[in-house]
Design a protein around this ligand. Structure first.
Ligand code: SAM
Ligand code: SF4
Length: 385
């Protein structure tokens, strides 16, 4: 995959020279970062996490597991993936060690994701411990299958918000895209999330040509009627062989056209300040719904990239820190927290230094459009969406 050559909008490539250069990041494309953890351990931690393009990191997505009770076609490989062994997955102690360390240098928001985070048996104790760290927001992305049972315990554990994925309101289509999911259970999960009082719940839909492009209006209406904010996500070419040219890709421009056909002219959102809780990469447009203007989010990573404002990094279930979703390369934080006689080690400084080292080599942008079917070899389910 070709590396993007342009700097993020509004930045100057020369700024890169003014950043402290940490002596530890020989990048192997598609692999781990050599002996970086050991070398990063000797570095003084920065006061905040800033990448090579002066983008500040304040948001961490944490994959709690690479397992899922669904098999969405765009996320899971068609061949059943081999899963991480239990000993490879970061333990609750290791997660808390890493997240607490990153909180000290400006990570204010954490989202728990997966795979499906609700299949992890110790989810509730993990949420209890992370909630005590005093983050601005601790949220969770879920397919909704287990939220009927878990919404109340999650709220009691201190979770701030939930996003729920839902690609169709048609039970047969739902079974097809999830390869055996139950729409009924997800709808019950959504009801429960509302009933227990989670605020600002978003409904995430991957918009797919010839699958749900005739349902975008229906999904919006469902969301509005249930006090949810609908968001449409462009298909990202994750995983070996998945292509944005394969016919399913629906661009944000086409999504807006579908919304216009359903609701009339798209309206600008004038009150963007303050932004919706959860911020994130979605750009919001307004549609007329009865007498109101309601928000619809568009996450257009491919056709309208937002890399210039990227404020996030991702931690995979096996403890690999991905500075960018668009590349396979990652920094092995598991090796750091498992080093030393007592695991997890007292290693906040080393964790922070390793993450900062990874950020020095963060590219200006993903390469999703560079090769047509670019993107990382890893499927989304293993990095965490
Ligand atoms: N299982 C949870 C869920 O489905 O919400 C959390 C993990 S899932 C990987 C997070 C989000 O990534 C979901 O909204 C899913 O639809 C989205 N996603 C997965 N693969 C994708 C792809 N290839 N392109 C765009 N979005 C994708
Ligand atoms: Fe599972 Fe979520 Fe991926 Fe679907 S999108 S397979 S629910 S992790």
């Amino acid at each position: 995959m070709a590396e993007p050559t342009s700097a993020p909008q509004g930045t100057d490539r020369t700024r890169r020279r003014h950043l402290p250069i940490l002596d530890c990041v020989p990048i192997e494309r598609g692999g781990r970062l050599g002996a970086a953890p050991e070398r990063a351990a000797g570095l003084a931690p920065p006061a905040e996490l800033v990448d090579a393009w002066t983008r500040r990191v304040s948001y961490l997505r944490v994959s709690l597991t690479d397992r899922c009770n669904y098999r969405c076609g765009y996320c899971m490989p068609t061949v059943e993936p081999s899963h991480l062994g239990r000993e490879q997955v970061l333990s609750a102690d290791e997660l808390v060690t890493i997240i607490a360390a990153l909180k000290q240098v400006g990570v204010r928001r954490v989202r728990l994701t997966g795979g499906e985070p609700t299949v992890r048996k110790d989810l509730i104790p993990i949420v209890v411990r992370l909630a005590k760290l005093g983050l601005d927001e601790l949220s969770l992305s879920s397919n909704g299958e287990r939220l009927s049972e878990l919404a109340a315990p999650l709220r009691d554990a201190g979770l701030s918000r939930v996003n729920i994925s839902l690609d169709t309101l048609d039970p047969e289509r739902f079974r097809r895209i999830t390869r055996h999911g139950s729409l009924e259970r997800v709808l019950a999960g959504i009801e429960r999330v509302r009933a227990v009082g989670f605020p600002h719940t978003k409904l995430n839909t991957v918009a797919l040509r010839s699958f749900n492009d005739d349902e975008l209006g229906k999904i919006c209406r469902f969301a509005f009627e249930h006090d949810l904010t609908p968001r449409f996500i462009e298909l990202m070419p994750m995983g070996s062989g998945m292509s944005i040219d394969s016919g399913g890709f629906l661009s944000a421009a086409e999504i807006r056209d579908r919304l216009t056909a359903e609701f009339g002219p798209i309206l600008p959102i004038l009150d963007e300040q303050p932004a919706l809780p959860g911020g994130g990469p979605a750009r919001y447009v307004g549609v007329r719904f009865g007498h109101q203007v309601r928000r619809v989010g568009l996450i257009a990573a491919v056709s309208e990239p937002f890399c210039d404002t990227c404020n996030r990094v991702r931690l995979s279930a096996s403890g690999q820190l991905h500075a960018c979703l668009g590349y396979d390369e990652a920094m092995d934080l598991a090796a750091i927290v498992r080093s030393g006689p007592k695991a997890p080690c007292d290693c906040a400084q080393a964790v922070v230094a390793a993450v900062q080292a990874a950020l020095v080599d963060k590219r200006a942008g993903h390469g999703f459009t560079q090769s047509g079917c670019g993107g990382p070899q890893k499927p989304m389910v293993s990095i965490g969406g």
